[in-house]
Design a protein around this ligand. Sequence first.
Ligand code: ATP
Ligand code: MG
Length: 429
Amino acid sequence: MKRAAVMTIGDEILSGRVLDTNGAAIASRLRSLGFEVTYHLTCADSVEEIVRSLRFCAERADAVVTTGGLGPTEDDVTHEAVASFAGVGLELHGAILDQIRVRFESRGLHMPASNERSAKLPAGGEVIANDHGTAPGCALAVGDLLVVSLPGVPRELLPMLEEGVVPLLRARFELGGVTRIRVLKTFGLTESRLGMIVERLPRPTGTLHVGYRPTFPEIHLALTAAGRDDDDVARVLDEFEATLRTALPTQIWGGEGDSFASVIGAALAARQWRLATAESCTGGLVAKLVTDAAGSSGWFERGYTTYSNESKVALLGVPADVLAPDGPGAVSERCAAAMADGARRAAGVDVAISTTGVAGPSGGSLAKPVGTVWVGLATPTETTARAYRFPGERGWVRTLAAYAALERLRRLLLGLAEHEPFAAREDRR
Ligand code: ATP
Ligand code: MG
């Protein structure tokens, strides 16, 4: 695999004032092209530091893409630094200068002399057109390293990356083949456990990279395969997807374009079942996740957010003795079951899920510590509740509780065994 580095140039990035979204965009595009991205470097608007960083990259990458420092002000020194690194001079491109002048004049402005800087590129460099701004980019081969310099303004950089840089990299590195990414979405295992399982799986022959994209509490696996043609790449992806599905038969729930709720919705629709929710500690989060899915009106009837004991009794018919001072209380198996059962009846639907627990930070006790959540599930044939102990702060507990409720439903609909109730316990802090 060819190796690439990403260099972000700018004091504002170093200081943390501006978040380096360009670096992320460049890296992910390089990856999908088939590069292994080996380094991200961020350095100051300084010729010396840029040259130093380029030297670092020269020993460790075949290509480096830089962003920032191409503007008209004196702290924009990327071209100067690249020229110095390459041991060449700067060359004034008359055509570029004319374009910049025209750009200014078309707005009724006179081009400031400082903009001449932007038309001076390292000698021998290839111009990368900038249709959305004044400063063009530049690609220059320095020994075995290809240095590609792009501006910092994201609106300019992103189209240049796609339209100018990608074709150039494909040609230069003979990336004539195709690169495809396939996403498989998982829930229920921590990143480290997932990693341990996936690491040990046999890999198909061919170029394949497995990436982990945690979008709490989901973890998405991004399989990037590169090969001669679509068939070649599809073979690698199909083969490894089959391996993954065998190893993770219950944890993989969908792919690109699927949401956790949309997958459940499809399973509900297949049975012509409608769903209701009864939420306490999640405060409507389950209903929110459910209705994020387009078309959810086809299978979602209503959600009850019954936060107080009174509302649990009045809206869901939870027996008063459950909530009485000497009863099991709101955070209990009986309450969760009664909530699910009550929601199912009151809404007149086939299935209902419920949540009730201690999200924290206060309200925990020895018997019911923060993170204790009961999840109820009521179907036409039975009503059950399961206990969970989730880690982390309030937001984590609530999100995990909402997912646990949806997960119980998903597993029921797909005929899978119930998940480990404490699976999320050692999740990342
Ligand atoms: P140019 O080469 O176009 O002059 P520059 O980085 O020198 O780019 P700046 O004035 O530093 O110009 O940045 C222009 C804008 O681009 C700023 O609004 C800045 O927030 C944004 N920007 C610069 N670098 C990045 C980056 N790595 N990620 C996201 N935004 C960035
Ligand atoms: Mg800058």
